[in-house]
Design a protein around this ligand. Structure first.
Ligand code: FES
Length: 147
């Protein structure tokens, strides 16, 4: 038989072809599933998000959380429950809850803010953003006030 002759068809070629087609299909299927965006629609800005169970925030303590890609503090002080942005309006340093003075305090340059986000002392002149809060069955929900 000349060396340039076409190799005769063999059954093993058919089996290998089917196997490669099958594996390719499986690979394409799983790649598609992996790359497919989540079927859960993203939370709408301004809608209420669950934050934490109220019992999990001790009196005179703050609970740090993220919502819509931003850090927030939920503060429980006496009868007041407030959620404020944890980013200072002066130069963007983190805000923390000062338990002893019952104030929100900036770690950067020492600005202080009330629980309602209003600046009390320091160089900040703008208020911290405050969330609308709802407590339903012991669960705290917050929403940005986009009005
Ligand atoms: S960034 Fe808040 S006081 Fe400096």
């Amino acid at each position: 038989m000349p060396s340039s002759a076409i190799r005769p068809y063999r059954g093993v070629d058919l089996v290998l072809g089917i196997l490669f087609l099958f594996l390719g299909g499986v690979a394409i299927f799983w790649t598609g599933r992996f790359l497919q965006p989540s079927r859960t629609p993203p939370a709408t800005p301004g809608s209420y998000h669950f934050i934490v169970k109220l019992d999990d925030v001790a009196p005179n303590m703050a609970y740090a959380f993220e919502m819509e890609g931003r850090p927030w503090l939920l503060v429980r002080s006496g009868p007041t429950l407030a959620a404020v942005s944890a980013i200072c309006t002066y130069k963007g340093s983190p805000i923390r809850w000062d338990r002893r003075n019952r104030l929100l305090s900036c770690e950067g340059h020492g600005c202080t803010f009330s629980l309602h986000g209003e600046p009390i002392s320091g160089l900040a002149t703008s208020s911290l953003e405050v969330l609308k809060i709802k407590v339903i069955n012991g669960r705290v929900y917050g929403a940005r006030d986009l009005s």
